[in-house]
Design a protein around this ligand. Structure first.
Ligand code: NAD
Length: 353
């Protein structure tokens, strides 16, 4: 067996446990800061205000303007608040959209970030920032973007609506599945990916039964950390390329798009690297794509791209964009096979492989 690999550990501090978001102030001081601007979306403003109040004199207030896709004009508004309040760090409370805003600020002025994630998207443990300007989304990777501290507090995920929990979990699982066949995978990324998939296999069906069970929520956010961490360390392939194409060009919702596409992209690649995807077949049962599709269906996830407002003719354009400048993928991609794959995902068919 070839044992050559490169492994670079993340320098971030990861704090895990129920109620641990109460330690945010302690961590502001531990990283040498004095004034934290709390970031959130408008939907989570009330929670952000509670957190700012708890920070007391360490709070520089709340900016509750975070929105999906990190538009540059929102970042500029937040930067004005940073300058006006003299904030020397940010505390991002929320999902990938809020984390994205904190990362965008850090990328510009290298402000330290503490993130308290409330979804399973995994952005908090990656040095990657996607931002939009003039309708175009660009992605940058830089060490300044990686948050310094992440506090995973399952109590803050209890209110994540059921549908969002399932889709966000499948979004995270897609990072893990692609990490299993990444060109630059290493033994640690593979261990983390498999453990992350196990965590979601156990927790997502139980969340559907009892969304306010803290132990189950802890299992899910543990999975989110593992899956996000591998997204931050190894390269992604066909699945992420297609999801970026659909989200970027057709504005399909982020987590739902990942949830629908995962069984199809995994099934497509299973024919090329069955041995690398064997853990997926073992964990979910049956074939790689079929097992993931059955799991998603039982959890109540959306299964068809047509339900996201995508029209059938859009699939031609999507196949063209996804294949004109493809990411590396273990199975060669061509426009015809990707168009067929998209057709199956559009109709909501169960993948054979
Ligand atoms: P999100 O952050 O957009 O959240 C969706 C909605 O749910 C928001 O209104 C939010 O306020 C609300 N919400 C979040 N947590 C909640 C909770 N616990 N209770 C109630 N409401 C809650 O969704 P997301 O899927 O986490 O993030 C998507 C964004 O993150 C996309 O822009 C995507 O590109 C980005 N992302 C980036 C990376 C990266 O590494 N750069 C990784 C994954 C996702």
């Amino acid at each position: 067996m070839n044992r050559d690999f490169v492994y670079s550990g993340s320098p971030a501090h990861i704090i895990f446990g129920e109620g641990k978001s109460a330690l945010a102030g302690e961590w502001v001081e531990k990283i040498g800061c004095k004034k934290a601007l709390v970031l959130s979306t408008s939907q989570q403003q009330a929670d952000a205000e509670v957190l700012a109040k708890r920070l007391g004199p360490l709070s520089a207030g709340v900016f509750a303007g975070a929105v999906m896709h990190t538009p540059v004009d929102v970042t500029e508004k937040a930067m004005e608040v940073v300058a006006r309040t003299g904030a020397d760090c940010v505390v991002s409370l929320g999902g990938g959209s809020t984390t994205g805003l904190g990362k965008a600020i850090a990328y510009r002025i290298d402000l330290p970030q503490i993130v308290i994630p409330t979804t399973y998207a995994g952005s908090e443990v990656t040095p990657i920032l996607g931002q939009t300007e003039g309708g175009r989304k660009t992605t940058v990777r830089h060490p300044s973007i990686l948050p310094e501290v992440v506090i995973y507090d399952p109590a803050l995920t209890l209110g994540l609506p059921l549908g969002m929990s399932i889709n966000s979990g499948l979004n995270a699982m897609a990072h893990a599945v692609e990490a299993l066949y990444a060109q630059d995978r290493n033994p640690i990324s593979t261990l983390m990916a498999v453990e992350g998939l196990h965590a979601f296999k156990t927790s997502l069906p139980k969340i559907a039964e009892s969304p306010r069970n803290i132990g189950v929520r802890a299992d899910a956010i543990y999975g989110a950390w593992l899956c996000g961490a591998v997204l931050g360390t190894v390269g992604m392939a066909l699945h992420h390329k297609i999801c970026h194409t659909l989200g970027g060009t057709f504005d399909t919702p982020h987590a739902e798009t990942h949830a629908i596409m995962l069984p199809h992209t995994a099934g497509y690649n299973a024919t090329a690297v069955p041995e690398l995807l064997a853990p997926v077949a073992e964990i979910f049962g049956g074939s790689v794509g079929g097992g993931l599709w059955d799991f998603a269906k039982e959890a109540g996830a959306p299964l068809a791209l047509k339900d996201l407002g995508l029209s059938e003719p859009d699939l031609d354009r999507a196949a063209e964009i996804a294949t004109e400048n493809p990411y590396w993928n273990p199975r060669p991609v061509d426009r015809r096979s990707i168009r067929d794959l998209l057709q199956d995902a559009w109709e909501g068919n169960r993948p054979a492989r």
